[in-house]
Write a protein that binds this ligand. Structure first.
Ligand code: DGY
Length: 326
């Protein structure tokens, strides 16, 4: 009997491809070429499953053009590249890759907070440019991290990981805002207090964004929100591009309306708003918050196991729209 055919839309670990090949006919994007949407649709013909990485948009038009498709397995916890309602309507399962990246991503969020507050990349550029000629009392003096107020917008698993690091490791006062309030026991573990969004913005010494990207969270941080923040505050975005209005942020940074920002995600990435490239008080990284080899391997394995679990036994591990299994 012939094996079911699947597509792996981006280059991933060869071991994971080999695992999939034991059960499926696998076409994979070995060269990591940038496939156009038309090419993706063409390659999806006859495929029952696709391994995606968060960059491939799965919507009603693609599903209509690929009627054999039954599952899209994202190697990412975020799934804003999926139109889940359209997938459910078409009877196509979506899966994501939660949990396995939580601690690694929280580590990075905290690292970016520290690099931003303590002006690490700005001072390194100064040194590399040969501009360091003497010690000065205020040379690259940054913002205090320990004992300051950590404000978290979006308190899922990664937000909680950042809260724990701040509260237990750095003695920070932790405030959070989220669609729903955490259970009292979780609030106590994170030493975090629930506040409204306005209070969060006003009180933040360091504001970290970890909320999902949806129509409601588009430009959740723009000029009006930045105007509510302290001029000494820093902003870190490890969630998704589009949550921050990057043009408004670049202008606020240039005018020192907040002290600094650390950004791992960008509106329209991998393009970066040109104004962000010219302001000095921003740390920029290319969407790498989950990028350690063990974590990326665990994410790839989870996406592969979702394909295997669903296509071989109808038992995916982390379904997003389990109603299609009924
Ligand atoms: C995620 O898992 O959503 C990350 O942003 C991808 O690296």
């Amino acid at each position: 009997m012939s094996k079911p055919a699947i597509l792996v839309a981006r280059a991933i670990f060869p071991q994971v491809i080999e695992k999939l090949q034991q059960h499926f006919e696998v076409e994979h994007n070995q060269a990591d070429a940038s496939w156009s949407r038309e090419e993706l649709i063409a390659r999806l013909q006859g495929k029952v499953g696709v391994f995606t990485t968060g960059s491939e948009r799965i919507d009603a038009a693609l599903l209509a053009a690929c009627p054999q498709l039954k599952i899209c397995a994202n190697m990412a916890v975020g799934f804003n590249n999926f139109d889940l309602a359209a997938m459910t309507a078409a009877g196509v399962l979506g899966t994501n890759a939660p949990d396995v990246l939580t601690e690694t991503t929280a580590d990075f969020g905290f690292a970016l907070l520290m690099a931003t507050a303590r002006r690490m990349t700005e001072s390194e550029h100064f040194l590399r440019a040969g501009q360091w000629t003497k010690w000065s009392y205020d040379l690259f003096a940054g913002a205090e991290v320990h004992g300051s107020t950590l404000a978290i917008l979006g308190m899922g698993r990664i937000g909680q990981g950042i809260a724990r690091r701040g509260a237990h490791g750095f003695g920070m006062k932790v405030l959070y805002h989220n669609r729903s309030r955490l259970a009292p026991q979780l609030e106590a573990e994170c030493k975090a207090r629930y506040v409204g969004k306005d209070e969060l913005l006003r009180e933040a010494d360091h504001l970290v964004l970890v909320l999902p990207y949806t129509a409601e969270s588009h430009h959740a941080i723009g000029a009006a929100e930045i105007a509510q923040m302290k001029p000494t505050a820093t902003l870190v975005n490890i969630a998704r591009g589009g949550i921050v209005d990057d043009a408004a942020l670049a202008q606020a940074l240039r005018e020192r309306r907040i002290a600094a920002a650390g950004l791992d995600v960008f509106e329209g990435e991998p393009k970066v708003h040109p104004d962000l490239l010219t302001v000095p008080n921003v740390v920029l990284t290319p969407h790498i918050a989950s990028a350690t080899i063990p974590t990326r391997m665990a994410m790839a394995n989870l996406a592969a196991d979702n394909l295997l679990g669903f296509l071989l036994q109808r038992k995916p591990l982390t379904p997003l729209n389990p109603e299609v299994l009924a």
